[in-house]
Design a protein around this ligand. Structure first.
Ligand code: DAH
Length: 359
């Protein structure tokens, strides 16, 4: 090694440093040149074999090579670190010009939401959902509900009649969800606790009436069911639905052919200051009809009124939706206007639950 050629040594090492394209390769070059047994280290160790001027000249030359190699190593290390950083920055960039991830576009219609609210409350009370057909027989829609053919209450229903079938029977578009009561009692033994939502139809069209609308019916049949159960159940419902714990609820005597006695339920409200506030106040709002199931209706369904009694109730979903969610006009409910839907609609993942409060 005494005859080392500093220039050749330097060229070889600097070329190796240049060629190292990652930190590990660079470290190998460092160890092979400046390490304990590195080429340069060995050359310096062998200086002792030279004498006098030759030793001094070679010593200076090798020191210069060492400085150059050290500098080149540092420079290459920084360059590699910078390249690595740039590579990572490039791979982790966020393209701010991309369109945002699409938000869920659909919303829940206020009527669906209202129904979900109602079902959440009655489900908690142990009711199950029952359904019936929109096209109903005269018998289920009227007769079995204690409205025989000549009953004056039939006139109030503005019924849509279908064309008569072969045997002269005219089916109707059901004018209320009450026929589901009859179908349920025909098919189920007491105890019965059902809630029956669905579409209903009457030939009526103005700012507060639509020829197609929605109702929700309730029916409870059991032993020893009294008006007290009806009141407790519906007061609880009203307070949960409007999420007002001390909501005043009033039962006003009324008439329905299928219940006896019958009542209409009003809730307290205030119209102070122009707006409508649900809760204690000077005014009342009618929100549903109810009563003890008429014994004649039970008889139509072969249920012995001396053994079983019950109560029923019916409510209009549009009216409840308008009151609860402050929707002033009925007509846009069926217009499929996206602007209206986005304003009054509900987020799909925001499902109602009684314990979270239903407002
Ligand atoms: N069917 C009635 C209507 O359409 C509402 C109703 C009132 C239903 C009293 C009932 C009830 O079950 O008991 O106006």
């Amino acid at each position: 090694m005494a005859g080392a050629d500093p220039q050749a040594l330097k060229d070889t090492i600097l070329a190796a440093i240049d060629a190292a394209d990652n930190p590990d390769a660079l470290e190998t070059v460092r160890i092979e040149s400046l390490g304990k047994k590195g080429e340069l280290t060995m050359a310096m160790k062998s200086l002792g074999q030279l004498d006098g001027d030759a030793r001094r000249d070679m010593g200076q030359a090798l020191n210069a090579v060492k400085d150059a190699v050290t500098q080149a190593l540092d420079a290459r290390r920084s360059a590699l670190a910078m390249a690595e950083l740039n590579r990572r920055l490039a791979s982790e960039t966020v393209d701010v010009s991309l369109t945002p991830r699409p938000e869920t576009a659909g919303v829940i219609h206020p009527l669906s939401r209202t129904l979900e609210d109602i079902l959440a409350i009655f489900a908690e009370m142990g009711f199950v959902v029952a359904e019936g057909p929109d096209i109903e027989s005269d018998y289920y829609n009227f007769t079995a509900l204690n409205m025989p053919e000549d009953h004056p209450a039939r006139q109030e229903h503005d019924t849509f009649y279908m064309t008569p079938d072969a045997d002269g029977q005219r089916k109707v578009l059901r004018t209320h969800t009450s026929p589901v009561q009859i179908r349920t009692m025909e098919n189920m033994q007491p105890p019965i606790r059902i809630i029956a939502p669905g579409r209903t139809y009457r030939s009526d069209h103005d700012a507060t009436h639509s020829p197609m609308f929605h109702q929700c019916e309730g029916l409870v049949i059991g032993d020893g069911i009294t008006m007290a159960h009806l009141k407790g159940c519906l007061i609880e419902f009203c307070r949960a639905f409007f999420n007002v714990d001390d909501l005043p609820v009033r039962f006003r005597p009324s008439y329905f052919p299928f219940t006896e006695p019958s009542a209409e339920v009003d809730i307290g409200c205030s119209r102070d200051g122009g707006g409508l506030t649900i809760g204690a106040g000077a005014d009342w709002l009618e929100i549903l009809g109810c009563g003890m199931v008429n014994p004649r209706v039970l008889e139509y369904c072969n249920i012995d009124p001396n053994e079983h009694q019950g109560f029923a109730f019916g409510m209009g979903l549009e009216r409840l939706a308008m009151l609860k969610y402050g929707i002033p006009d009925l007509r846009p409910f069926y217009d499929s206007d996206l602007r209206w839907m986005r304003h009054y609609g509900f987020m799909p993942f925001d499902a109602p639950s009684v314990h979270l409060g239903l407002s």
